[in-house]
Design a protein around this ligand. Structure first.
Ligand SMILES: Cc1ncc(COP(=O)(O)O)c(C=O)c1O
Length: 383
């Protein structure tokens, strides 16, 4: 049996109801939502709205139509970044961003001559709020907050950062790729103008799902334009939400699956999920910290972090370590740069990367102990 520790990339397994509803949708209802008034099309629209409603409840969003479905977090982040930034705008983000923020920003530096300040983060993922405050300029349009680093597991003080951004008149975009469904998020409480989230990680839905919350007072240029099934006679993209941001046929089957994932999370409650993960992370990190030659990245044991830990083992390359864990112990982890060379630069791990183990809702204590035992065993041979 595989022991899966790659939940930060995509969670596995999913609650059985996710696959069940996806199968029944495939068999019974693959009509286009929002197009056509026949019964099956209406049923498809209903399923989409139902998932939107559940997501709205999870993030305390008043109007479910302020959520646009996307294929993943990357698309949501691109939609937000490209939709709001204009020539000469200034953006603040951190020096530990994922490539799905870093690359769109670098692209717009070339394409729209935007300016970007990468606020330095420390090796434990913390930033200095004073320094952050001093980074604002007259033309600062947007602050992007990486809610949790996918390499370090550290958690950003989103509410404080957003509060400062609001005082300075900037919009706030939160990258919740590593926190949605794992840390409680209330968009009003944290002053989020936009929240980009995946369906396939902590929300326990299938790949190919995600979304972007857009504050009702904020208008974005759509990333793509095209058919929406509404106002078809108009040559311009309709203003009505969510259609404005959802051109083309949607992933109805995937979104139905996401709805079941979110339902599961709502029933369990994010608070309980977070508490369970915290306990297991401490269990894992306490064991890892006894291994000679093993360096743990990110916050110390006991400091809040999400359900992942990255590490290096002396005298062994991270890809080789991941390979041995997979081939000899049937343990799935992720090695390399985790699409975040920025964070690896901060961690000082650009040479060879690191190994990341990430737990999920279904991870058991026995699996955690098996990972720690496997690493102890490997360490004996290399250190
Ligand atoms: C912090 C962070 N942002 C963005 C992404 C991109 O997410 P997605 O794979 O849903 O596009 C990831 C993926 O791991 C991530 O960890």
């Amino acid at each position: 049996m595989i022991r899966y520790f790659d939940n930060a990339a995509s969670s596995w397994p999913k609650p059985p109801s996710v696959a069940e509803i996806m199968k029944s949708m495939m068999v019974e209802c693959t009509a286009n939502p929002g197009r056509g008034g026949h019964k099956m099309a209406v049923q498809a629209s209903r399923v989409m709205f139902d998932t939107r409603k559940k997501l709205a409840k999870l993030f305390s969003i008043k109007n479910p139509n302020d959520i646009a479905f996307t294929q993943n977090t990357t698309m949501a982040l691109n939609m937000a970044i490209s939709g709001i930034l204009r020539e000469s705008d200034h953006v603040i983000c951190t020096s530990i961003e994922h490539n799905s923020v870093h690359r769109p920003l670098e692209h717009l530096i070339l394409q729209r001559k935007i300016e970007v300040s990468y606020l330095p983060a420390q090796q434990d993922g913390t930033i200095q709020l004073k320094q952050y405050e001093q980074t604002f300029r007259n033309n600062t349009k947007l602050v992007i907050i990486n809610h949790s680093s996918n390499l370090l597991g550290s958690i950003m003080p989103v509410a404080e950062m957003a509060k400062i951004a609001k005082l300075k008149g900037a919009f706030v975009l939160i990258d919740a790729a590593q926190t949605a469904g794992m840390i409680p998020i209330d968009v009003n409480q944290i002053n989020a103008d936009m929240l980009a989230f995946p369906g396939h990680k902590g929300l326990l839905g299938p790949q190919g799902t995600g979304g972007l919350y857009i504050h009702p007072n904020l208008e974005l240029e759509p990333l793509i334009t095209g058919g929406t099934g509404s106002k078809s006679e108009d040559k311009y993209q309709p203003n009505v939400r969510p259609d404005r941001y959802e051109a083309g046929t949607q992933n109805t089957v995937g979104i139905a699956g996401l709805g079941e994932g979110v339902k599961f999370v709502l029933n369990e409650t994010v608070e309980r999920i977070q508490a369970k993960k915290n306990k297991q992370m401490i269990r894992l990190m306490e064991q890892l910290s006894t291994i000679e030659g093993l360096r743990i990245l990110g916050p110390e044991i006991g400091i809040p972090r999400t359900g992942l830990v990255s590490f290096l083992l002396k005298n062994i390359d991270s890809s080789e370590l991941a390979f041995i864990l997979d081939q000899t112990f049937n343990i799935a982890v992720r090695a390399g740069y985790h699409c975040t060379p920025l964070a690896h630069q901060v961690a000082g791990t650009m040479e060879g990367g690191a190994v990341r183990a990430s737990i999920g809702y279904f991870t058991t204590d026995e699996e955690v102990d098996a990972l720690a035992d496997a690493l102890k065993d490997i360490a004996k041979h290399y250190t």
